[in-house]
Design a protein around this ligand. Structure first.
Ligand code: ACO
Length: 322
């Protein structure tokens, strides 16, 4: 049986950093409120001309270098994002062309903060089916371009960035199990009400903003993430105690702490980036994985659980050996 395995990672963060103290000058908030409620201390913000594909190309080059892969080796490009450059061409085809990757299967998928988990799960299926030999999988977001900087409820939470992974076939896992889910019944708890076939004129204007009933999202997130983590472990017949690392979606330190508790994992076994990046939506899991690998904490052969929850709602987890 062929498995798939992550053989390289990379990340890119925009140059501009916005601290909680900067935000104190913009809206009625305090560093103390933001840190204690969310764990966020600073976030990176794209420049007006910077795009999602700009960030993806930088993250992808680092991941390709890490994996020792050349553009011509890649035959599948998948990007999880809700903030692509334009409606079409698809952001993955823009990235494919800019990186000099020969014509191949390239598409993006939109699952809010769960975008990378959905993209990685999809790449895993392509590879297991023998349909791809080398996948470039990314999670990226220019989410600050959707934010109303006068709304303290949301502007303090988010940041921009891109994470990338190179995924190849392997005789041994690699990816052991994936679990995905989605349910639109609570969609009004977390949504962006402007788009293409609805409210086109409002997209990117001050009439559109991320709308979130934060404390209700919080409750559903904790409950659902606990269940999806256990589903991935059960599918693989792996116990919580065997996990070396939890690489969670970085939305809120308190959600992450609740997840770690449910998995009986001390916080020393959790890769945390929320303090430095804020919630970067689809970019948060691949960037956190890259941080853990590059600072030497996440080592080859270790057992890792990645999980995410986002607008939709969508949710998912991937259990893998590094
Ligand atoms: N500074 C100061 N006060 C604030 C701020 C701020 N930046 N934002 C809100 N407040 C106020 C509110 O107005 C409210 O005041 P009131 O009591 O006078 O009405 C008070 O703080 C408490 O507000 P709550 O919303 O109850 O605060 P809570 O403790 O729930 O924290 C938060 C809010 C941080 C948003 C939290 O609920 C959260 O993180 N929820 C989950 C978010 C999440 O996981 N999203 C999913 C992924 S995002 C995606 O998919 C794109």
């Amino acid at each position: 049986m062929t498995y798939s395995r992550i053989v390289g990672t990379g990340r890119y963060l925009p140059e501009k950093v916005l601290t909680n103290f900067d935000l104190e000058k913009m809206v009625d908030t305090t560093d103390e409120w933001i840190r204690t409620r969310t764990g966020v201390e600073r976030r990176h913000v794209v420049s007006p001309e910077q795009t999602t594909s700009d960030m993806c190309c930088e993250a992808a080059k680092i991941a390709m270098d890490d994996a020792g892969v050349k553009p011509e080796d890649i035959d599948l490009v998948i990007t999880g994002t809700t903030s692509p450059d334009v409606v079409f061409p698809n952001v993955s085809t823009i990235i494919q062309h800019r990186l000099g990757i020969p014509a191949c299967t390239a598409f993006s998928l939109e699952a809010a903060c769960t975008g990378f988990i959905y993209a990685l799960t999809t790449a895993d299926k392509f590879i297991k089916a023998g349909e791809a030999e080398c996948a470039l999988v990314m999670g990226a977001e220019c989410i600050t371009k959707l934010i109303d900087w006068d709304d303290r409820n949301t502007c303090v939470l988010f940041g921009d960035g891109a994470g990338a992974a190179i995924v190849k076939p392997s005789d041994e896992p690699g990816i052991i199990s994936c679990a995905l889910g989605a349910d639109g019944q609570h969609r009004e708890l977390l949504h962006y009400p402007a788009g293409v076939s609805k409210n086109l004129a409002a997209a990117g204007t001050e009439d559109a903003n991320i709308i979130m009933k934060g404390n209700e999202v919080f409750k559903v997130a904790v409950k659902t993430l606990g269940a999806i983590a256990e589903e991935a472990l059960d599918k693989a017949g792996v116990s919580k105690e065997e996990l070396d690392w939890l690489v969670p979606h970085q939305a809120n330190i308190r959600i992450i702490q609740a997840m770690a508790k449910r998995l009986n994992m001390p916080m020393e076994k959790v890769i945390l980036t929320v303090q430095d990046h804020g919630n970067t939506s689809a970019a948060s899991v691949p960037m956190a994985l890259d941080v853990g690998r590059r600072d030497g904490r996440v080592k080859e052969g270790q057992l890792i659980l990645m999980e995410a929850f986002g607008g939709g709602f969508t949710w998912g987890s991937v259990l893998m050996r590094m």
